[in-house]
Design a protein around this ligand. Structure first.
Ligand code: IMP
Ligand code: MG
Length: 181
């Protein structure tokens, strides 16, 4: 039965907005240094990475933004809080990957299944380099080993929402990270 958008389960703040913003600033500084001589292609995973990727780019220096391109890729693998175990491509890239320094931007890495799928797909298109930047990481849940170069926060095995993360498409727009329950 569809829930009313006004009905809200208990949301417990896990990471306050200022902490999230500060960490994004730190990640942006690392990216600015590491991609100083490069024209990177940022690839955001829909829909969870949108807020994070935009916030990251806001904190990057103008000279890097002038060389940087971005695109989005869509995959689906989740229903509610249960993994379906399958990954499906829902939106392919428009920008060509070959020869580019690609940075995949994700909201949260859980089992690693989605990212593993995306990384294999992008790797097959001959990027110059391929790295991952995720806002959140749940290492305890990992089933598919994926290398993560840039990580905002490592969190415990708890289901979170906010800053792009959803529970059945709700709560993405929160500017802090909250746990449900
Ligand atoms: P993975 O493929 O198991 O790594 O998880 C992929 C996707 O599951 C993420 O990109 C999210 O969309 C979703 N997901 C995993 N854990 C959470 C969570 O705690 N909150 C919201 N979405 C999650
Ligand atoms: Mg989701």
């Amino acid at each position: 039965m569809p829930r009313s958008p006004l009905e809200t389960p208990a949301l417990r703040v896990l990471i306050e907005r200022p902490q999230v913003e500060q960490r994004i600033g730190e990640l942006a500084q690392m990216l600015a240094a590491d991609y100083a001589g490069s024209a990177p292609l940022l690839i955001g995973l829909l829909n969870g990475a949108v807020q994070f990727m935009m916030a990251l780019m806001e904190r990057l220096p103008g000279e890097l933004l002038a060389r940087l391109d971005y695109d989005f890729i869509g995959v689906a693998s989740y229903q509610g809080t249960e993994s379906s175990g399958q990954v499906e491509l829902t939106k392919d890239l428009v920008v060509a990957v070959a020869g580019r320094d690609v940075l995949v931007v994700d909201g949260i890495v859980d089992t690693g299944r989605s990212l593993d799928f995306v990384m294999a797909m992008i790797a097959s298109r001959q990027p110059l380099s391929l790295k991952v930047c995720t806002l959140l990481n749940k290492p305890a849940r990992r089933e598919f080993p994926v290398p993560i170069e840039y990580c905002g926060f490592e969190i415990e095995d708890t289901f979170v929402v906010g800053y792009g993360m959803d529970c059945d498409q709700r709560y993405r727009a929160l500017r802090h990270i909250a746990a449900i329950g």
